[in-house]
Ligand binder design. Structure first.
Ligand code: PLP
Length: 328
């Protein structure tokens, strides 16, 4: 595998902790399996989250291409946009963020942090306008004498997904120390870079767990198809061989609710429960919905109380400060 030789720029504080969630287990009752939290909310860079692992490889690639400015996109509360701006600061580059205001654009949460990080921020009304601006912004920046490095939504290209291939190796070492072989790894899936990396890593390193993505947006069929493409691109980049098919991509669409970024009642309950049992903060867009899936599976008896599962906490906490009192 070509992972060790893929250029990487140190950004995250690794390994992130793997912690047993005993209070949560007690709260969920006697039929609860052992639950471990993989704390990627604690990757360290600029309030952390899963995007720090992807940016380690993306930033190295940007620097290899002599980039002067990082360009990325997302919703106004994008965690990925925040980490991109932070990575640019660390490497002495500039950044431009194209952010859509479909869920508002109040300067709070991630958007406040983007401003503090000195990113150039372009707010557009919706996703269509975002795509339109992203199509032309590279030319605009080049005409102004810059060398832009454009990172697609979520950093979800094979180079970014490599961060989660590496995470599987890190996690497997921790599981050996803990003497555990969990059956499932739950996590929220959006632009699929995390899932693609986990799937490729789990196969390459023979992980015991199934990679269980919980969708945060519709439509799931499209997500699965895109996940297959991205996982195969990642496998090709790293030379791990073995073709990924739809059978290797598990995505649960039952916890999305109305839409991306719209909180659900079971997600709100999950956020409160984790805060009150573990003093761990989930977020309403991603990690709250994924934890709602795990809680639901414990309650329905889908998980064996004798097994162990992992919840990958992908971060997202800063968006709590833009959500406000609708969560309590
Ligand atoms: C981006 C993000 C995800 C989803 O990761 P993808 O690689 O885009 O699927 C999950 N949780 C949080 C908090 C995120 O910011």
């Amino acid at each position: 595998m070509r992972l060790a030789t893929l250029p990487r720029y140190h950004l995250a504080t690794l390994p992130t902790p793997l912690q047993r969630a005993r209070n949560l287990e007690v709260a969920l009752g006697p039929r609860c399996p052992r639950i471990y939290l993989k704390r990627d909310d604690l990757t360290g860079l600029a309030f952390g989250g899963n995007k720090a692992r992807k940016l380690e490889y993306l930033l190295a690639d940007a620097l290899a291409n002599q980039a002067t400015i990082l360009v990325s996109e997302g919703a106004a509360q994008s965690n990925h946009a925040r980490i991109t701006a932070a990575a640019a600061v660390v490497a002495g580059l500039r950044s431009v963020l194209v952010l859509d205001a479909r869920h508002g654009s109040a300067i709070a949460g991630n958007l406040l942090l983007d401003h503090l990080l000195g990113a150039e921020i372009r707010i557009v009304p919706d996703k269509a306008a975002r795509s339109q601006l992203m199509a032309s912004i590279g030319d605009e920046l080049r005409a102004a004498g810059e060398r832009p490095y454009v990172i697609p939504t979520g950093g979800s290209v094979p180079i970014g997904a490599a961060g989660y291939v590496a995470m599987v190796a890190e996690l497997l070492e921790q599981l050996v120390s803990a003497g555990e072989a969990p059956s499932r790894l739950y996590f929220p899936t959006g632009s699929l870079g995390t899932q693609a990396g986990l799937v490729v890593g789990a196969r390459a390193f023979s992980a015991p767990f199934a990679v269980y993505g919980v969708a945060v947006e519709h439509p799931v069929d499209q997500l699965i198809a895109d996940g297959v493409t991205l996982a195969n691109g990642t496998a090709e980049l790293l030379g791990t061989g073995r073709h990924v098919t739809t059978a290797n991509i598990t995505i649960d669409g039952a916890f999305i609710g109305a839409d991306y970024g719209v909180p659900t009642e079971e997600g709100r309950e999950a956020i409160r429960l984790l805060a009150r049992t573990e003093a761990v903060f989930l977020d309403p867009v991603y990690s709250g919905k994924a934890m709602a899936a795990l809680i639901s599976h414990v309650r329905s008896g889908e998980l064996d109380p004798n097994e162990a599962v992992i919840f990958l906490h992908t971060g997202g906490g800063p968006s709590l400060f833009a959500t406000g009192t609708t969560l309590v």
